[in-house]
Design a protein around this ligand. Structure first.
Ligand code: ZN
Length: 198
């Protein structure tokens, strides 16, 4: 692949390392970027660096935020005794979009996957267990219905059961392996309302 200059090849290589971007899309994006006015490229690069430098984990739920505590955790009107466990910040956003869930969240940043070598210590599980030391009424496990999501759900429920805290799992009906963020709001609400005891 020496058709292009080294700089373009490098750019294509970087872009094709992003999720959902194949070599063809990476090429298209690379040429698009090269043809943009200089100030647009500067702005894009600056925005990426500023986001990376300023975004951090909420110290309570571990979602991504600009502040020490995210707006959901900071909201006194939310039910802080109800914690919904999700795999990532995008899943949290999907549930927030329904506007119907009034509890708070816990973002694991991944799921247990023996195949990929991701164990319980590689996700924010210890942090969840720490939160359960306070007065918690229910933990709703809303990990994906993929193999990893189900494995994680079973693992978490086994950990929590002895504490006596109510543990529930959102209803399936969420397509197998489907990311929560792609599921419409009605389906998400139905999954939440139809949750079952674990
Ligand atoms: Zn938070």
């Amino acid at each position: 692949m020496d058709l292009y200059s080294g700089h373009i090849n490098k750019l294509i290589e970087e872009l094709s390392g992003l999720p959902g971007i194949g070599t063809k899309s990476a090429q298209r994006l690379a040429f698009h970027l090269i043809n943009l006015p200089q100030e647009r490229v500067d702005r894009l690069a600056r925005t990426m660096m500023e986001a990376k430098a300023n975004v951090r984990y909420c110290k309570e739920c571990f979602t991504l935020t600009d502040k020490e505590v995210c707006p959901v955790c900071a909201n006194e009107g939310r039910d802080h005794r109800m914690i919904m466990v999700v795999e990532n910040a995008r899943d949290l956003a999907a549930y927030e979009k329904t506007g119907k869930y009034m509890g708070v969240y816990h973002v694991l940043h991944g799921a247990i996957s023996p195949m990929l070598g991701i164990g319980p210590n590689d996700i924010k599980l210890k942090e969840l267990m720490q939160r359960l030391q306070t007065d918690i009424a229910e933990v709703i496990i809303a990990t994906n219905s993929s193999l990893e999501g189900e494995t994680t759900a079973m693992y978490i429920s086994k950990l929590i059961k002895p504490t006596g805290i109510r543990v529930t799992r959102i209803a399936s009906g969420v397509p197998v392996g489907g990311d929560l963020e792609y599921i419409d709001e009605v389906t998400l609400l139905r999954a939440l309302e139809g949750r079952t005891e674990l």
